[in-house]
Design a protein around this ligand. Structure first.
Ligand SMILES: Nc1ncnc2c1ncn2[C@@H]1O[C@H](COP(=O)(O)OP(=O)(O)O)[C@@H](O)[C@H]1O
Ligand SMILES: [Mg+2]
Length: 258
């Protein structure tokens, strides 16, 4: 059974239909890269999957369980939305760390809230701190535990943001152009961390313009244009034998920029 099943997602802003029926599924440990020109709906899709936007049509299933159904006629409660979000982690283009907290605090805050809300068997603050150090070690930043985000380079901030997204151990980790806000010399360290996550069997959806990276790290590639899936397949299929004219044009345009 697929870990994640997205079925016929539609999303409108006012009169503009931004997503026009997106369906795909993802197995555990699979890495899906999402490519496509700006304005195509990639961020909106990630926001729908992470329950930051509510789709107008469509269903979302995780491990076979329907956690969202636009057609059910029922309004999803805030509590349900919070619960649903726990399945997913999202790393933004602009890092979005809390500037007033240290790196370690950034990694502990969400987990502390969750554990405190448990009636029993919650982790202690010490255990959460230990976990935060472990996460920091995995992204190679143990020595920055006491620093504030503004004291870190963009690449380091993004590595902390990745560690933070992992602190709640989401089943699906999503990235929205994780290196687009970085100087070229800092993208490598972030892409390396994402690559290592693939080796630990993380299930990931990565929106990116780094075509070489997408080809290298993905099991599947999906191209979104104008709110629809324009092309989908293995990296070899999509990059070597694109079926659609739009994809060929997108590839040519992207290669021109290199
Ligand atoms: N909150 C919003 N309100 C109105 N329009 C939006 C909103 N978010 C996105 N859009 C529009 O949806 C389209 C797709 O945007 P987006 O999902 O950000 O695309 P991408 O990430 O592929 O560049 C764009 O035309 C954008 O202006
Ligand atoms: Mg975007």
């Amino acid at each position: 059974m697929a870990l994640l099943e997205i079925e016929n997602i539609h999303k409108k802003f006012g009169k503009t239909e931004v997503l026009k029926g997106i369906s795909f599924s993802l197995d555990k440990g699979e890495v899906l890269s999402v490519l496509g020109s700006s304005g195509g709906g990639k961020t909106t899709l990630l926001r729908c999957i992470n329950f930051l936007e509510t789709p107008d049509v469509g269903t979302i299933k995780i491990n076979g369980e329907k956690i969202f159904d636009a057609g059910s006629g029922e309004k999803t409660t805030e509590k349900q939305i919070r619960q649903n979000r726990l399945h997913f982690g999202l790393v933004f283009q602009s890092f979005n760390l809390f500037p007033q907290y240290t790196v370690l605090e950034n990694l502990m805050l969400a987990k502390e809230l969750i554990e405190k809300s448990k009636k029993k068997d919650g982790m202690t603050k010490e255990q959460i701190k230990e976990q935060a150090y472990e996460l920091l070690k995995n992204v190679g930043l143990t020595e920055k535990a006491g620093s504030y985000p503004c004291e870190l380079s963009g690449g380091q901030q993004q590595r902390v943001a990745i560690a933070r997204a992992l602190s709640l151990n989401p089943e699906v980790l999503c990235f929205d152009e994780p290196t687009s806000a970085l100087d070229p010399e800092l993208t490598g360290e972030v892409l390396r961390v994402i690559k290592e996550l693939k080796n630990t069997d993380r299930t990931m959806i990565i929106v990116t313009h780094e075509l070489g990276f997408a080809r290298n790290v993905s099991d599947r590639v999906m191209v979104i244009a104008d709110g629809r899936i324009e092309e989908e397949g293995t990296p070899d299929e999509v990059f070597d034998n694109p079926k659609s004219a739009k994809m060929r044009a997108f590839l040519n345009k992207s290669l021109e920029r290199l």
